[in-house]
Design a protein around this ligand. Structure first.
Ligand code: 3PG
Length: 307
């Protein structure tokens, strides 16, 4: 019988797991659940005899992929697939997919939620500022960036976006000002919200050069990946500019330095929380299960990312 493993260190909401189970079992497949596992060894053991895997931010490296003797497909229930070794998957003939757009609203709501938190001084009782009329720069106008723009409009923010892969007209039709180079986005906007993927080109790309261009009372909002930030440069900016704030959906590698020196100017979620809503879990989890069933039954490879 075809086996589908759900391997989630950070489990889906129960309603999502129930939905995934129904899709998998209605297709005549078996669901195997591995939640909150404590070591990669548990994942390696679980993947040994399954045909398909659903993961979130779980690491699907070469070892995992090679351990899956019958593995045919791995689906990242979410957007970013930097946690999958695509070359290893391709070499073994394993199809890798993501589920684009399914958890974007959840991530965007957190981005704006953390923005409000920063503007209100982390709710510490002191006087904060409002978002109305402030300039927001959206760095990458994909699925999450679009939702961020939509929500930020409700706050009355003045919205700009930079995305070299999206046509100016597509950005402008949403009533967003399109910016042609990344430096200008950072020079223009007091708030910058990051929505770039983590890859060889973007890792550590948010550096001193860019951040030092941001106007007074700057705030960087990161619901993308910590890897895209040059964390040493960010610390340097923090030391130089007491007006600079950083809110991030995941702790930076140098969290201890922030805690020791910059209390009140940052907020970090303890675990990646952007997509951690029942709605996003259902959307992404069910999409992943449906994509697996379709692929196994019909060979459909829509959303394949290792081509
Ligand atoms: C994504 O890339 O989809 C988000 O970062 C969500 O990650 P998560 O599924 O681990 O919450």
């Amino acid at each position: 019988m075809t086996k589908v493993l759900v391997a989630t260190d950070k489990p889906f909401a129960k309603v999502a797991v129930d939905g995934i189970r129904k899709i998998v079992e209605d297709a005549g497949f078996e669901l195997v659940l591995l939640e909150k596992y404590t070591s990669q060894a548990d994942f390696i053991k679980a993947v040994a005899d399954v045909d398909a895997v659903i993961i979130r931010s779980d690491i699907a490296d070469k070892e995992i992929i090679e351990a899956g003797k019958n593995l045919k497909i791995i689906v990242r229930a979410g957007a970013g697939y930097d946690n999958i070794d695509l070359a290893a998957a391709t070499a073994k003939g394993v199809v890798a997919m993501n589920t684009p757009g399914q958890n974007s609203n959840a991530v965007a709501e957190l981005a704006l939620g953390m923005t409000v938190m920063a503007a209100r001084s982390n709710y510490d009782g002191s006087s904060g500022t409002e978002l109305r009329g402030k300039k927001l720069g959206i760095h990458a106008y994909g699925n999450v960036g679009k939702y961020v723009a939509m929500i930020a409009k409700g706050f009355g923010m003045d919205i700009y976006a930079f995305d070299p892969f999206i046509a100016k007209e597509e950005i402008e039709k949403d009533g967003i000002k399109c910016i042609n180079n990344v430096e200008e986005l950072y020079t223009t906007c007091q708030y910058v919200s990051l929505h770039i993927p983590a890859n060889d080109k973007t890792k550590k790309s948010i550096n001193y050069d860019l951040l030092s261009k941001m106007p007074k009372n700057a705030c960087l909002i990161n619901t993308a990946r910590k890897e895209v930030i040059n964390e040493e440069d960010l610390l340097k900016i923090f030391a130089e500019r007491p007006d600079f704030k950083y809110v991030s959906d995941i702790e930076p590698g140098n969290k201890a330095d922030f805690e020791a020196n910059f209390k009140g100017r940052y907020f970090f979620t303890p675990k990646k929380m952007g997509a951690q809503t029942s709605e996003a879990n259902v959307n992404a989890g069910l999409a992943a299960a449906n994509q697996i069933v379709k692929f196994i039954k019909t060979g459909d490879k829509t959303y394949q990312v290792n081509k």
